[in-house]
Design a protein around this ligand. Sequence first.
Ligand code: 5AD
Ligand code: SF4
Length: 446
Amino acid sequence: MNERDSENIAALFVNAGHSLSDTEASADVIVLNTCSVREAAEQKALGKAGHLCARKGADGFPIVGITGCMAQNLGAEILRRVPEVDFILGTRKSADIVSHVEAVAKRRAEGQRAAKVKRRSKRYPVDTSHADIDISDDEFSHNAVKHHLDISGRVCAYVSIMQGCAMNCSYCIVPQVRGPERSRPIEDIVDEVKLLAERGVKEVTLLGQVVNAYGRGSIPYENGVSPFVRLLRRINDVEGISRIRFVSPHPSYFRQDLINAYGELEKLCEYVHLPLQSGSDRILKAMNRPYRADKFMRIADSLRAVKPNMSISTDIIVGYPGETDEDFEMTKSLFERAGFDMAYIFKYSPRPGTKSAQLADDVAEEVKESRNQALLELLAKQSQAYNDRFVGKTVEVLVEDAAKRGEALKGFTREHRKVVLTGGKVGFCNVHIERATVTTLEGRAV
Ligand code: 5AD
Ligand code: SF4
């Protein structure tokens, strides 16, 4: 989602007549679009902001601004750590970014800078006189994330269909920083997808915190079909688009109409990222995740009944307060039964302002680490087994660009397995798979 928001910001600058710089060193303005979901993400962003500000010249350039969740979460407090930050815009304010930057540039041209202080302790009020700060709400901001860079040769794009989150997972800072859930109108999204298709995009990934709750409270069901599935059907009809993905759905809203959609919509890819968080019902309840492990398994089984080669990935948190060895064993066992081929495993990080931050962070760091490692090992085994099934087969790959190493191209199968190939070109290619590692399939275009 941050990647999508960043592209939107970049496109706003381009639309206003500015140009994107290839390197940090040559930029007049640097925007750090930040994450708050774990503490490490915030620390990293603050460190980076400090380095960037240290490079400012006597004229105050480059201008350094912070947007996104950390901007929303910390606001002016950021200036205690990095006093020379020029602007701070919250998650619902990035649509106004160009005018903020132009205002700051004018003030720098007039010689106004941050006072020369290194860091300010909490005993002093923070000096905000030089900075432009706006972290207020905007109830229409979800409609504003619709600008794309016109990148030639681009075949995949993200489309933000909603903003905010109405869930209340005990550990999660997102509802606090991204505000209430709001969905864009179906027609606006379809128009955006059509425009992308005209520019050569073949695959769209729809984005939302709980993407399958799209439209709740604002868009009606139609003959028992949820607004989200209605939207999927509409996008399935867009000429030029060949693949549809979405991220992330929530198990509680994964209903039969969505499962059926995998059988009905030929463009919907055989891949879903479905966050589990924990395989223990006791921990799920403590996390305020309103489903049980067996419901999760039922969804996985139903999806595989419709699409036998369905690839399922997930998010897991290890070391939630009070997580016992027994709870963790349940997570491990469900991890195996659900046969995840990809997973993001996170060590629990208490976030200020969340419910669980009031609980003792009582799982020792070594225990979190060993649970993390145990799941990573399991993941490697399962992912290798899944990838091995492709060896010797010819599969459709949407080739995006050059892989990092060497000159080979890189793309993805419909199941979202990464393929590095020799021969071929950007766009759809049939690729004969010759080798499989845990993370990558290797083959040649045929
Ligand atoms: N600590 C660790 N992981 C977290 N996530 C969200 N909040 C926290 C936290 N406080 C993880 C969840 C979520 C993913 C995006 O980040 O697994 O699905
Ligand atoms: Fe956070 Fe839960 Fe909302 Fe996901 S559904 S963004 S984990 S509160």
